[in-house]
Design a protein around this ligand. Structure first.
Ligand code: IPM
Ligand code: MN
Length: 373
């Protein structure tokens, strides 16, 4: 990766993707640029028209040298991918999965926070009452793509999909989760906040992979005596997330379990319009990639009704990763202000504001607001 050593600019590969991707990416990148420039930093964006249209034109979702192109950037921003009516999802979504794997973005970081002004379907939870992060293993596990189809089309047909858990892959994910819990505890700056890493497992049924997962968790946890250990079966954890979401700090999960519980968590924080994620290569050998976790919503494409907050939150995470912390804080504050005022509300929030209205409101707040505080 050609790291940009200049403090005054960062290069971003922007893939708006399909469906509503362009609508939300436009808002997110406008806000990211404005926030970065307040910190004296220019974002040089390289917009790439990869996705389903590209597939229908060329037979591939992205060019054969796509990873080479991307690797010269400091970060990648992805809108959303998929258009099932024209390209099967298991084909189009390879774009996403091959970037995650190709750049060894082995951590999928998914913060879950309930903003003031956002309604959770949970009756009793207050603003800030959900504040957790899911650390999802992002390149192996159930997504290893190992298996096969045998005797296709016959009554004896067999399909095998093998999950792969390596010691290296599992351990580095656990370690990241514990380190993150430590950082969060420091940031909280309160004596009362005790860090905790909850391991999402299923070792009562998956006697090889998840028993191994539990063992590695305990081994890594032994190095972090200051962080509380916790473990729950994925089914029970789903229940606890609904019953008592405020009790979690960091949850560490395998690829598939992490995928499932983050959609559940997204609903708790107000819906897919608020949920963002980062696909992180912690060693920074390769660029990391940031995205809202919602899909391309073909039904709503071109209507300007989708909530851009998730996309903006993904941009905020990107700036934080690029060590533009002041810019990231500006976005968070502007976001928080606009949401808690409750004047500009998109359709998912029960209002009638458009994607652009919400983006503009946050941008204006950001440009009017203070940089610090
Ligand atoms: C996600 C998505 C992807 C995943 C799909 C689209 C392949 O659901 O980012 O959560 O399963 O990882
Ligand atoms: Mn998902």
């Amino acid at each position: 990766m050609a790291t940009n050593t200049s403090e005054s600019s960062r290069t971003i590969a922007v893939i708006p993707g399909d469906g509503v991707g362009m609508e939300v990416t436009r808002e997110a990148m406008g806000i990211a640029s404005a926030a970065a420039s307040r910190e004296g930093c220019r974002l040089e964006m390289n917009w790439l028209d990869w996705g389903c249209d590209h597939f229908l034109r060329t037979g591939a979702m992205m060019p054969p040298d796509a990873l080479d192109t991307l690797s010269s950037h400091d970060a990648i921003y992805l809108g959303c991918i998929g258009d099932a009516a024209r390209v099967p999802d298991h084909v189009s979504l390879q774009l996403l999965l091959s970037i995650r794997k190709g750049f060894d973005q082995y951590i999928n970081l998914r913060p879950v926070y309930l903003y003031d002004g956002v309604t959770s379907p949970l009756r009793d939870v207050k603003p800030g009452g959900i504040d957790l992060v899911v650390v999802r293993e992002n390149v192996e596990g159930e997504y290893a793509r190992i298996g096969g189809r045998f005797k296709p089309g016959t009554p004896e047909e067999i399909a095998l999909q093998t999950a792969v858990f390596t010691r290296k892959g599992t351990e580095r994910t656990m370690r990241y989760a514990f380190e993150l819990s430590r950082r969060r505890r420091k940031l909280a700056g309160r004596g009362s906040f005790v860090g905790m890493v909850t391991s999402c497992t299923k070792s009562n049924a998956l006697n090889y992979s998840m028993v191994f997962w539990d063992e590695v968790y305990r081994q890594v946890a032994a190095d972090y005596n200051d962080i509380r250990q916790d473990s729950a079966m994925v089914d029970a954890l789903s229940m606890w997330l609904v019953k008592n979401p405020g009790s979690f700090d960091v949850i560490v999960a395998s690829n598939l379990f992490g995928d499932i519980i983050t959609d559940l968590a997204a609903m708790l924080q107000g819906g897919m319009g608020f949920a963002a994620g980062g696909n992180i290569n912690p060693e920074r050998v390769h660029p990391s990639m940031f995205e809202p976790i919602h899909g391309s919503a073909p039904r709503y494409t071109g209507q300007g009704v989708v909530n851009p907050v998730a996309a903006i939150e993904a941009a905020r995470m990107m700036l934080e990763h690029l060590r533009l912390e002041t810019a990231a804080r500006c976005i968070r504050r502007a976001l928080q202000d606009v949401l808690s005022e409750g004047v500009v509300r998109t359709r998912d929030m029960g209002g009638s504001a458009s994607t652009g209205d919400m983006g503009r409101a946050i941008l204006e707040r950001l440009q009017g607001g203070r940089a610090e505080g």
